[in-house]
Design a protein around this ligand. Structure first.
Ligand code: BTN
Length: 327
């Protein structure tokens, strides 16, 4: 984000409408220059309210991420602070950045946040729609020392951690869809993307990427190709992204510290309680095929258990699960 865009945003955070003329006057630039920068901010996904002849206003819920506020909330909750907390105004992907940093140096416990991602990564090569200052885009770097096998089910456990945080914030009926999607009311609220680097048999680093829709602007939402929801629509009271971030960090740091010792087994019951598709017909699509059956739940390693029509129970450690039999 340019310096001028930052200054415009700062003024817009004062209540009320701001005309192009008054913004130009305060910043000593032309109205056209202001208009161009507002357009650029809109391209990042910022949804401004504009009234002809009156001016522009930020959405009511607007709040920029603040390192000071996040660290303050973490301290208030007696949580461990991140070893580093970086906030980008705009970046391609917090996971890509965190991964490159972690490849270069040991930064276990670092947290990377962004207001906007221009190439947010979703699972299975999909794009994660990441408009400016609307949602939460976070990557946590964490080192483990017992190899990839000890990390089975980690992404599901992270889903449990995210759910715990949302429940603490007053959200109801938060559900999990295997392997690690967050749902409310049958619509996707968020997702988790884990990437691993290092030695699969020894010390490795996991990049835990979390995307949660907080107040998805309608224009950006047009790019989403599935049923979605956001916290603004589901929460009884407004949710600050700074508070949400801090609570997630506190909860997930505790979970990540415990995970290798206790394994997914310790989170299994909680995961199954929230299972969106339990006892429903489902289809798992792997690279090779689609297999349909009844979703039974997960096992102690986080593998999906599917009852096939012949009565056999098949385990899946990867694949995409959807509701209903295959067509
Ligand atoms: C999914 O497809 O459900 C997973 C989405 C994960 C998105 C998050 S946003 C923060 C982090 N950075 C990325 O590029 N992706 C993850």
């Amino acid at each position: 984000m340019s310096d001028l865009q930052g200054k415009i945003l700062k003024i817009l955070q004062n209540p009320g409408f701001h005309s192009g003329e008054s913004l130009g006057r305060q910043l000593n630039v032309s109205r056209t220059a202001i208009w161009k920068q507002l357009q650029a901010l809109e391209t990042l996904g910022l949804e401004l309210e504009s009234v002809k002849g009156v001016g522009y206003r930020l959405p009511d819920s607007f709040e920029l991420l603040s390192k000071a506020k996040i660290l303050h909330h973490i301290a208030e909750s007696h949580g461990d602070p991140p070893c580093e907390l970086e906030i980008f105004q705009s970046i391609d992907s917090t996971n890509r950045y965190a991964r490159e940093r972690a490849e270069a140096e040991a930064i276990s416990g670092a947290v990377v946040l962004a207001e906007n991602q221009t190439a947010g990564r979703g699972r299975r090569g999909k794009t994660w729609v990441s408009p400016f200052a609307a949602n939460l885009y976070m990557s946590i770097v964490w080192d483990f020392d017992q190899g990839a096998e000890s990390l089975q089910g980690l992404s599901l456990a992270v889903g449990v951690g995210v759910r715990r945080t949302l429940v603490e914030l007053g959200l109801q009926d938060v559900q999990l869809k295997w392997p690690n999607d967050i749902y409310i009311g049958g619509k996707k609220l968020g997702g988790i993307l884990l990437e691993m680097i290092g030695d699969p048999n020894g010390r490795c680093t996991v990049i835990i990427g979390i995307g949660l829709n907080v107040a998805m602007p309608s224009l950006a939402a047009q790019e989403i190709d599935q049923a979605w929801t956001d916290l603004q629509a589901q929460s009884p009271s407004p949710i600050s992204r700074n508070t949400l971030t801090a609570k997630l960090v506190v909860t997930l740091f505790v979970l990540l510290k415990d995970f290798q010792r206790v394994g997914f087994k310790a989170y299994r019951d909680e995961w199954e309680e929230a299972d969106l598709l339990k006892n429903l017909p489902g289809t798992v699509r792997t690279v090779k095929e689609g297999i349909s059956g009844i979703v039974l739940g997960v096992d102690d390693s986080g593998a999906l258990r599917l009852a096939l029509p012949d009565g056999e129970v098949q385990r899946f450690i990867g694949g995409e699960l959807s509701l209903g039999p295959s067509l």
